[in-house]
Design a protein around this ligand. Structure first.
Ligand code: NAD
Length: 225
C-alpha cells in the first residue's frame, strides 16, 4: 500500500516556523518580488541572502512536531512518500526517509553559475561567497517565476498513491497545487488543515479541519490499526 503525503507550511507551524499566508505570515512583512524572485536577487542580493539567512537560523532553533513524527511512523507499515513544499528539514529530522522537496531546501546552497553544484550550508551566505568554480552562491530555493524541477517526479509518485494525504497548505502555489489532479480516480484523499476549503473538481476528499499535530496523529493511528 502506497501512501503519498503532500505537505505545506502549515505542518511546520506548530514547530514555530511561520507560514506565508496566515495572519502574521512571512509575506506580511516582506514583498515576494523583493525576496523570492530572481529579479529581486539581482536587484538586492544582500536583502535576499539575509532573508534566507534569517529563515535558516530560525530553522536550526526548532524541532519537528507530532505531525512530522506521526508521518515517519507510518513507514513501519506502509510505503510512504512525502512530497513537501517546505524548505525546512523537519520531515527528515523526524525520521521520514523518502522526502521530495518541490521548492528547495534551506540547508543547501547552490552556485549561480552551475545549478548542479549544490552544497550543504548551516551558516549564513554572504555577498562574495563563491562556489569552487568562482560564482556567487545562492540559497537552494525555487523562487517565484523559476521552474520546479521535481514536479515531474512528484506527479509520478502521486499517480502511484493508494491513499493521498494533504497537510497544511493553502493550495495557492502553482504548479505544486496541480498535484491533486494526478491522484488516481476514486483513491481516497484526506485534507488536514484548520482552514481547509473545498477543492473544486476533486471527488473523494475527506476534510479534517484540525491542526496538523492533532489531525495527522489521529489519521495515522487510524491507518496503523
Ligand atoms: P501557505 O502559507 O500558503 O498556507 C499555510 C496553510 O497552513 C494554510 O492553509 C493554513 O490554514 C495552514 N495551517 C496553519 N497552521 C496550521 C496547523 N497548525 N496545522 C495545519 N495547517 C495549518 O503555505 P503553503 O501552501 O505551503 O505555500 C507557501 C509556500 O511557502 C510554499 O511554497 C513553501 O515553500 C513556502 N514556505 C515554507 C515554509 C517551511 O519550509 N516551513 C514556511 C513558510 C513558507
Amino acid at each position: 500500500m502506497n501512501i503519498v503525503v503532500f505537505t505545506g507550511a502549515g505542518i511546520s507551524a506548530e514547530s514555530g516556523i511561520q507560514t506565508f499566508r496566515d495572519t502574521n505570515g512571512l509575506w506580511n512583512n516582506h514583498s515576494v518580488e523583493e525576496v523570492a524572485t530572481p529579479a529581486g536577487f539581482k536587484k538586492n542580493p544582500e536583502l535576499v541572502l539575509n532573508f534566507y539567512n534569517e529563515r535558516r537560523r530560525d530553522l536550526l532553533k526548532v524541532k519537528p512536531n507530532n505531525a512530522h513524527f506521526a508521518l515517519a511512523e507510518l513507514e513501519n507499515k506502509f510505503d510512504v512518500h512525502i512530497i513537501t513544499q517546505n524548505v525546512d528539514d523537519l520531515h527528515e529530522r523526524a525520521g521520514s526517509t523518502k522526502v521530495l522537496h518541490l521548492h528547495g531546501e534551506l540547508l543547501k546552497m547552490r552556485s549561480t553559475g552551475d545549478s548542479s553544484l549544490i552544497l550543504p550550508i548551516t551558516e549564513d551566505i554572504k555577498v562574495g561567497d563563491k562556489c569552487p568554480k568562482g560564482f556567487q552562491l545562492r540559497p537552494h530555493i525555487v523562487w517565484f517565476t523559476e521552474q520546479v524541477p521535481n514536479m515531474g517526479t512528484a506527479h509520478e509518485i502521486t499517480e502511484s498513491a493508494d491513499i493521498f494525504i494533504v497537510v497544511g497548505t493553502s493550495l495557492k502555489v502553482y504548479p505544486a497545487a496541480t498535484l491533486l489532479e494526478s491522484v488516481t480516480f476514486q483513491k481516497p484523499i484526506y485534507f488536514i488543515d484548520p482552514n481547509a476549503t473545498k477543492i473544486d473538481g476533486i471527488p473523494n476528499v475527506k476534510y479534517i479541519k484540525k491542526k496538523a499535530s492533532t489531525g495527522v496523529t489521529e489519521l495515522v493511528n487510524k491507518l496503523m490499526k
